[in-house]
Design a protein around this ligand. Structure first.
Ligand SMILES: [Zn+2]
Length: 253
């Protein structure tokens, strides 16, 4: 049986000299493992679509639960990522995250394939380290939402106030409390959100998918935001990612 899916290659393992297994992220079936016969041959029609981060329309033949790549039509490749080790490491972290967390059956409103493509695009286009941090934060927080872990950033959970010089984010409950309502003796974990950080987080969570990465914060704000979203994402998914440790180990600042 032949099936056609738009997908992005998020993992690749070599088999012998010429072929490989691909992990393809799809909206319809989550992650599909498919064999790409002869994909490494120089004259293979699959050569351009079988690389890591290739975004393509894949025609697959399905035999019971096994998939083989029949043909593929490339849509976009993010090969520029490969020329920057920091961006490549970040993309690898994104790939590991979707590989381990994307459910088999998709029921969410946002297309996870589109989200992943936008994440790679924004990482590829990032002009400076602070912007790359923001891309990472947007990925972690928006993807948490896509997995069903929505923080409630609409306003103070006690008085409903929308803005305050100090808003406190409680990562365990995912709520915000304003500086007037916050109990200063609170012993749990919390982060102080400046207005720019709260605005950035609201944008990531509530904007349409293609706008979720469109925000700007100061360099200092980006560093704090990154701590918040990392903590939130890892705590919710109850995982660690070797690719994340690698990314943090190699980056310059
Ligand atoms: Zn309040």
């Amino acid at each position: 049986m032949l099936v056609t899916y738009d997908g992005i290659v998020v993992g690749r393992r070599e088999i012998g000299e010429n072929s490989c297994f691909l992990d393809i992220l799809t909206d319809e079936q989550g992650i599909i493992e498919a064999t790409a016969h002869g994909a490494k041959k120089i004259n293979s029609s699959l050569l351009g679509s079988a690389g890591l981060f290739s975004y393509a329309t894949f025609c697959l033949s399905r035999n019971r639960d096994r998939y083989t790549v029949n043909s593929a039509r490339p849509k976009r490749s993010f090969h520029e990522l490969g020329s920057d080790i920091e961006k490549l490491a970040l993309g690898s972290y994104f790939a590991q995250a979707v590989k381990f967390c994307t459910p088999q059956e998709q029921s969410q409103q946002d297309s996870v394939v589109r989200f992943f493509a936008i994440s790679l695009y924004e990482a590829e286009q990032a002009k400076d380290p602070a912007r790359l941090r923001c891309v990472r934060s947007a990925f972690e927080l928006r993807y948490s939402c896509m997995l069903g872990y929505f923080p409630d950033l609409r306003g103070c959970s006690n008085c409903g106030r929308f803005e305050h010089e100090e808003m406190f984010f409680l990562p365990d409950s995912g709520e915000v409390i304003c500086g007037d309502c916050f109990d200063r003796g609170y012993g749990g974990s919390y982060y102080v959100l400046t207005p720019e950080i709260l605005e950035a987080m609201r944008n990531i969570v509530y904007a349409k998918l293609d706008r979720a990465f469109k925000f700007a914060v100061s360099d200092g704000g980006a560093a704090v935001l990154e701590k918040i979203t990392e903590n939130y994402f890892l705590a919710r998914t109850e995982r660690t990612f070797p690719a994340l440790d690698y990314y943090k180990g190699i980056r310059i600042v």
